[in-house]
Design a protein around this ligand. Structure first.
Ligand SMILES: Cc1cc2nc3c(=O)[nH]c(=O)nc-3n(C[C@H](O)[C@H](O)[C@H](O)COP(=O)(O)O)c2cc1C
Length: 355
């Protein structure tokens, strides 16, 4: 039996008013000060006004060295950046919704020219096979991270989490999905290290564990810590990041031992069967953990939300939340809504304000 979409859900110390959330979405709108355009900040508040129970930010980059992968990304490391986001978190809370900042380091997906240190760093000196669609050129071969680099990266997540707490976010999410740095460590496709951060999955998980524990240590108990994972990556999309269902289960078991409040699983299509099994990614994940579970990927109307909630606690929508300001109301009314295409979502990266 499926959960009622509009039933409350206890997530850590918060009670979500329904099961619908805005998935994290990068907008590339920030200027040199690394603060998003006002209309991009307002967009998040409007989704809370219009009924979303949970609002994720765009992925915030975690340092001023090598974390950034796209132009116009944001940071929460300085007081002006904190102040800009404080107005957003206050307004989201005033509308009865919960705000979570997502943060990431791009690793080998970084764009060295837009990073102050002009470096690309990763677990191993292995570049994605495909070209960077933004530059039309191959991604540079990254430098394999030293122990110093690892500590610096962990510290970037910690400092950014502190910024999020100062800005009043109800929680932070560590982005371990989509082929960015943490995912690069997790996957043997990009992690060829021979030290204690490479080899068996338990070792490849070490960076994620260090980040989660360090971040948990600096956020108050009454804030959320979530982790997002996926089996797909933005570059080399055809590659399965994990070998098989068994490896995914092992990953979930490792995560289950960590101090997180929820696990967010990102898919292309929540209905797709995972690793050639007869189970979905949500079903497979649910079978290994009792933690609150979020699922995302082609949830675009009442029927798909209901179906997704049969195997997860919270349904996140990306493109439908992006392009339809009344998405939550329309789900409540049970209106027919088709999924939006990625092409349609590209308006996210333009200067056109979204309704
Ligand atoms: C414009 C855009 C930007 C995105 N940026 C992020 C991001 O910063 N972090 C992230 O984890 N996922 C990001 N995603 C992926 C979405 O969170 C979501 O997983 C994906 O769109 C699939 O959900 P959907 O079918 O509901 O759109 C982005 C998606 C879109 C359309």
């Amino acid at each position: 039996m499926s959960t009622d979409i509009f039933s409350p859900f206890k997530l850590g110390p918060f009670t979500l008013k329904n099961r619908l959330g805005v998935a994290p979405m990068t907008r590339m709108s920030a200027g040199p000060e690394s603060v998003p355009r006002q209309d991009v900040l307002d967009f998040l508040v409007r989704r809370a006004e219009n009924g979303a129970a949970l609002v994720y930010t765009e992925a915030i980059v975690t340092d001023y060295e090598s974390a950034q992968g796209y132009p116009g990304q944001s940071r929460i490391l300085t007081q002006p950046q904190v102040d800009a986001w404080k107005r957003v978190t206050d307004a989201i809370r005033a509308n009865g919704a919960v705000s979570v900042m997502q943060m990431f380091h791009c690793g080998r997906m970084a764009w060295p020219e837009i990073n102050p240190a002009r470096r690309s760093i990763a677990p191993s000196a292995v570049a994605p096979r495909q070209d960077n669609p933004l530059t039309g050129k191959p991604y540079p071969v990254p430098e394999a991270m030293s122990r110093f680099d690892i500590e610096h990266v962990v510290n970037g997540f910690v400092e950014t989490a502190k910024g999020a707490v100062a800005a009043g976010f109800d929680g932070v999410e560590v982005h371990g999905a989509h082929g960015y740095l943490i995912n690069q460590f997790l996957s043997s496709y990009s992690n060829r290290r021979e030290d204690e951060y490479g080899g068996p999955l338990a070792n490849r998980f070490r960076l994620a564990r260090e980040i989660l524990r360090a971040v948990r240590g600096v956020i108050p108990r009454d804030r959320l810590l979530t982790l997002r994972i996926s089996n797909w990556a933005i570059a080399d999309m055809e590659v399965s990041q994990f070998k098989d269902a068994r490896e995914w289960e092992e990953l979930v078991d490792l995560i289950d031992a960590e101090p997180i409040d929820a696990l967010s699983v990102s898919t292309y299509d929540f209905r797709a069967k995972a690793f050639g099994t007869d189970r979905t990614m949500a079903g497979l994940t649910r079978s290994r953990t009792t933690r609150p579970l979020m699922i995302c990927g082609r949830i675009h109307d009442r029927a798909t939300a209901l179906e997704a909630l049969a195997e997860a606690d919270i349904a996140l929508s990306g493109k439908s939340m992006l392009l339809n300001p009344d998405f939550v109301g329309h789900v409540r009314q049970g209106l027919d809504m088709a999924p939006f295409s990625s092409q349609e979502a590209n308006v996210a990266y333009t200067e056109t304000p979204l309704p």
